[in-house]
Design a protein around this ligand. Structure first.
Ligand code: MRU
Length: 381
C-alpha cells in the first residue's frame, strides 16, 4: 500500500544487503515514519515482542525472516567455511532460535505456522549453504503469499460491501472495525481492511468507524493512519461507542481480523472484539472475520478454552503515548499505585460470526464451512 504516494510493504529485504531485513517500526506511527534494520535473531525477537511489528500475518512473515537470520548466524557460529560447518551445532542453533521466536508472542498462530514451514523447508537442504538459500527463499515466499492471500480477501470481501451498497441504493456503507487488521498487520493489503480498500477503489461509498482499541490504540494510531493514507473516509471512536452506533442504525456491518481461528470458527482477535460481536448480534448487524488460512489453527476445536491469550505488561494500561510539542511522550493515566491488568485478546465464539472471509472465498463460521473451503485439511478435522 502507499505511504505518501510511495509503495511500501511492512517488511522487506534491504536492497543493498540481503543479510538485513527492514521493517516499518510501528511504535512511532502515526506521528513518525521510521524504518528499522533487523540484523540478528535477537533483534527480530525484540521487534515481535515489543511490537515494532505486530498483527498476525506480519508476525508470521517476520518469524520467517527470523529463521533465515538464524541460518546465517548458525553458519557463522559453527565455522567460517560453510562447507565444513558441523551439521549438529548448526541444527542446534536453529532449534534454539526457533524456540526464542516461538516464545515471542503466543496468540497469533501465524508465528508457529511460519517457523514450522521454515523448519520443514530448511531440512530439505543438504549443505549449510543450501539451507541458507532455502531459508531466504522460503521467507520471501511466506511474505509474498501473505500479501497475495490478503489481496484475495479484499476481492471476496468487497462483494459483501458492494451488496450492502446496492441494498442501500448507493448510500454510504458504514463499517465498524476494531484494532488494526489493515496492511500494517500483514505484509500488504490487510485482512479486515482489504475488502474496504477494494470496495473504495471500485468507487463504492464507504465510511469506517475506527475503534481506538485501548490499551495500545492500534485503531486510533494505525488503522486511522492507513485509511487516511488511502483517503478512505473514517472516524475514530472510543471503544465503547460501537453499541450505541449500532442501536441507532449507524453501522451496516462489522469486520475484524483474527489472530487465531479454530477450524470450528471461533475467532481470537484484539481484546474487545467479543463485545462488538455481542452488540452486533443484538442489533442484527452482520459480523465478519477476515483472515488468511495461515491464521487457522487446524488442531484447536474450542477457542475460548484452548487459544492462548497473551497477557501483556500492566504499563500499557496505565500509560498512554501521544504527541506533545512535536515529541512523542508517555503519560500516566491511573493513580501510580493502582494495579492494572492487560489481556491482549479475546475469543468470539463462532455462533456470533456471520461469515469468515478467506483467500479462497466466504464461508460459514463452522467446521463444515471451513473444511469445505479447505478440503485438503479434512483428514485433520
Ligand atoms: O496485538 P496486535 O497489534 O499484534 O494485535 C493484532 C491485531 O491487530 C488484531 O487483533 C487484528 O485485528 C488481527 S491481526 C491481523
Amino acid at each position: 500500500m502507499k505511504v505518501n504516494g510511495e509503495h511500501f510493504r511492512t517488511i522487506w529485504v534491504k536492497e543493498t544487503d540481503s543479510k538485513v531485513i527492514q521493517i516499518i517500526d510501528q511504535r512511532y506511527l502515526p506521528h513518525q515514519f521510521v524504518i528499522e534494520d533487523l540484523t540478528t535473531v535477537d533483534e527480530v525477537v525484540t521487534a515481535v515482542k515489543d511490537m515494532h511489528v505486530r498483527g498476525a500475518g506480519l508476525i508470521g512473515a517476520t518469524a520467517g525472516f527470523g529463521m533465515y537470520m538464524a541460518t546465517l548466524e548458525g553458519a557463522a557460529l559453527v565455522g567460517a567455511a560453510l562447507e565444513g560447518a558441523s551439521a549438529t551445532s548448526f541444527e542446534k542453533y536453529l532449534s534454539k532460535a526457533s524456540e526464542k521466536l516461538l516464545a515471542s508472542r503466543p496468540t497469533a498462530v501465524n508465528l508457529a505456522w511460519a517457523v514450522e514451514k521454515q523448519q520443514a523447508a530448511i531440512r530439505q537442504g543438504s549443505t549449510v549453504a543450501e539451507k541458507i538459500d532455502i531459508a531466504f527463499k522460503t521467507a520471501q515466499e511466506i511474505a509474498d503469499s501473505d500479501a497475495n492471500c490478503c489481496q484475495q480477501i479484499g476481492h471476496h470481501g468487497s462483494q459483501i460491501i458492494e451488496a450492502i451498497s446496492q441494498k442501500k441504493a448507493g448510500e454510504t456503507v458504514n463499517i465498524l472495525t476494531h484494532c488494526n487488521a489493515g496492511w500494517l498487520a500483514f505484509v500488504d493489503h490487510g485482512s479486515a481492511l482489504s475488502p474496504i480498500y477494494a470496495a473504495f477503489d471500485k468507487g463504492i461509498d464507504v465510511h469506517v468507524w475506527v475503534d481506538e482499541t485501548r490499551p495500545r490504540n492500534q485503531g486510533a494510531s494505525l488503522t486511522a493512519w492507513e485509511l487516511g493514507q488511502h483517503q478512505v473516509p473514517h472516524t475514530v471512536i472510543a471503544d465503547n461507542v460501537g453499541g450505541h452506533l449500532m442501536q441507532h442504525g449507524m453501522v451496516d456491518m462489522v469486520i475484524v481480523g483474527s489472530d487465531r481461528t479454530t477450524y470450528t470458527g471461533d475467532v481470537a482477535n484484539k481484546i474487545g472484539t467479543y463485545l462488538k460481536a455481542l452488540a452486533a448480534r443484538d442489533n442484527d448487524i452482520p459480523f465478519y472475520a477476515a483472515l488468511p488460512s495461515s491464521t487457522i489453527d487446524w488442531e484447536m476445536e474450542d477457542g475460548v478454552k484452548e487459544i492462548p491469550i497473551e497477557e501483556r505488561s500492566a504499563e500499557e494500561v496505565k500509560y498512554i503515548h501521544g504527541l506533545h510539542d512535536g515529541e512523542i511522550k508517555k503519560v500516566l493515566l491511573t493513580p501510580e499505585q493502582s494495579p492494572a491488568m492487560n489481556f491482549g485478546f479475546d475469543t468470539t465464539p463462532a455462533r456470533l460470526v456471520t461469515n469468515i472471509i478467506t483467500e479462497r472465498g466466504i464461508c460459514t463460521a463452522d467446521k463444515n464451512g471451513i473444511l469445505d473451503m479447505f478440503p485438503e485439511k479434512k483428514a485433520n478435522g
